[in-house]
Design a protein around this ligand. Sequence first.
Ligand code: TYD
Length: 209
Amino acid sequence: MKMGEKRFITFEGGDGTGKTTLIERLAKDLESQGYSILKSREPGGSRISEQIRNVILNIENTEMDYMTEALLYAASRRQHLQEVIKPAINNGKIVILDRYVDSSLAYQGYARGIGIDKVYAINNYAIDGFFPDLTIYIDVAPEIGISRIKNNHRDMDRLDLEKIEFHKKVREGYLKVSQMFPERIKVVDGNKTIDEIYSEVKKIVLSEL
Ligand code: TYD
């Protein structure tokens, strides 16, 4: 296996941006080139992290404080990092994650209004500076993202039920975060067909590996 510099790749975007499909395709293509890949997702990715995920996404937990939510995401992330992500990278794998710290910066920091800096501080503490080498942000207009979720007939969770305004804020948050870390975060236009989006993603990843 070739050992590239960039071994920790994350995908980010609002709900319904096709991240899961893009990750599947990328992992397959990289595997066929001889890379060893570990795919995972947040919130979740390990037994304890999944348990925390269930608390966060439980639709009955309507009284959850936003800061509690941010801390739970960070705690879940810490466990995932220690138990799954770091060991895989140390074993020479390329780790591809569906969501990581930038989700918290955009959702909790910006859209929920805690503040990007504050949520950055919580997360930097939780992950001890272990940021991705490369982040692909799939930028989709909120109306398009929501209509894609409905077409998928996917289960709606507590966060999906939020109004379209919230999705707009999430997007604004992601764009701000992308501007804060232009070296790490590559913005991909997600309003095209999945094939077009994927070829853009693949080009970026192959040029960075
Ligand atoms: P899920 O259905 O697991 O993921 P997706 O929408 O990517 O298919 O739902 C995860 C939800 O949690 C999603 O709406 C984004 C949100 N989220 C945060 O608010 N903060 C975070 O740090 C993470 C990882 C996710």
